[in-house]
Design a protein around this ligand. Structure first.
Ligand code: ADP
Length: 334
């Protein structure tokens, strides 16, 4: 498990419930999404109707599950949580849909990973609140229509572009969640610290925020590791010095790069003069699988403007040299 990975690990799952904002006012950042969602929900409430289906797109750990729970809470409705990979057969989906209560929120995480037949069943369910349950096989098979109570589907996906257009079009409201600004993450950290009964000053929160990759889940996780360090090595109070020392132990640097990220950058700079170098060559140099370099390390390096993927290979940017404290070779030298 990576300390700066965005997917939830076991410990995250255990503590996140306690850290989740309960309503829109408590939800930090994402101003546009919050404002728009507030209107959608208020309007539905005023009409006494079930809210429109909502599609949330954005990277893991940005608050999609949290928002779906907030939608349910704001609508005074129960919520059912499932995910695309958990629904492999249309029958799985039919079972869930037919057991929903009126107005219930169905949160479908990783909706782009549902099977095709389930997806097609979902089209009709979203539009007409109806499913056809197929009974039997072959020529004798019959479709039995089943009425569903109105419900609100909240779909989550890493990228809305991954969804087939017919599915995308059936959402009344689509929200794109952005990575958080450091100042917003500082607020997340202060809020979580107070819920966890941890003392932290402004500089300490800023130090953790800067290393959290724009992601509240990572901010909360780093906060817990820094808290441990502060308890064992100091008086439990987190300031800039303690946060920096703790995250040094965990090898998370000032920009949130971990050991793997730095190994990739270092190889690129020191062994290949900043590139261009092919992905496979780079992977061999760091002793990792191609996929690990491409899918685990590179996305954040690219986002941070430290590495570029070009047709000729991977290239380091000037910022990469600066970040590792190295001097780029002079142009045209050698
Ligand atoms: P996702 O479903 O997008 O992977 P989650 O909703 O599970 O992300 O959020 C991960 C953690 O980050 C949760 O524990 C939640 O408390 C915290 N979090 C996410 N967004 C916010 C926010 N806007 N304000 C405060 N905490 C947040």
């Amino acid at each position: 498990e990576r300390l700066v990975g965005a997917a939830a690990d076991g410990e995250d799952q255990a503590v996140e419930a306690a850290l989740r904002p309960k309503d829109l006012d408590e939800f930090i950042g994402q101003e546009k999404v919050r404002e728009q969602l507030d209107l959608v929900l208020r309007a539905a409430r005023a009409r006494g109707a079930t809210a429109d289906h909502v599609l949330l797109s954005g990277a893991p750990g940005l608050g999609k599950t949290t928002l779906s729970m907030i939608i349910a809470a704001e609508m005074g409705a129960p919520i059912r949580i499932t995910s695309g990979p958990a629904i492999q057969h249309a029958g799985d989906l039919a079972a869930i849909l037919s057991s929903l209560q009126e107005g219930e929120v169905l949160f479908l995480d990783e909706i782009h990973r549902m099977s095709r037949p389930a997806e097609e069943m979902l089209y009709m369910a979203m539009e007409d609140f109806r499913v056809d349950v197929v009974v039997g096989k072959g020529p004798g098979a019959t479709a039995i229509p089943l009425e569903l109570p109105p419900f609100t589907l909240v779909g989550a996906t890493t990228r809305a572009g991954l969804l087939p257009p017919p599915l995308r079009d059936r959402f009344g409201f689509t929200a794109h969640m952005e990575f958080y600004e450091p100042a917003e993450l500082e607020r997340v950290i202060h809020r979580s610290a107070s819920l966890l009964d941890v003392e932290i000053d402004a500089d300490g929160a800023a130090e953790i925020a800067g290393r959290s990759r724009g992601t509240p889940r990572i901010a909360n996780r780093l906060l817990r590791r820094v808290r441990d360090y502060a308890q064992v090595k100091a008086d439990g109070v987190i300031n800039r010095e303690i946060a920096g020392a703790a995250l040094k132990v965990y090898e998370v640097d000032t920009r949130g790069l971990d050991r793997l990220d730095r190994a990739v950058l270092e190889a690129l700079l020191k062994l290949f003069g900043g590139g261009p170098v092919g992905l496979s060559t780079l992977a061999v140099a760091v002793g990792e699988e191609r996929e690990t370099v491409e899918e685990v390390a590179e996305p954040f390096l690219v986002r941070e403007g430290l590495l570029a993927r070009t047709p000729r290979g991977r290239v380091a940017t000037p910022a990469a040299w600066t970040h590792l404290g190295l001097t780029p070779p002079r142009q045209g030298a050698g």
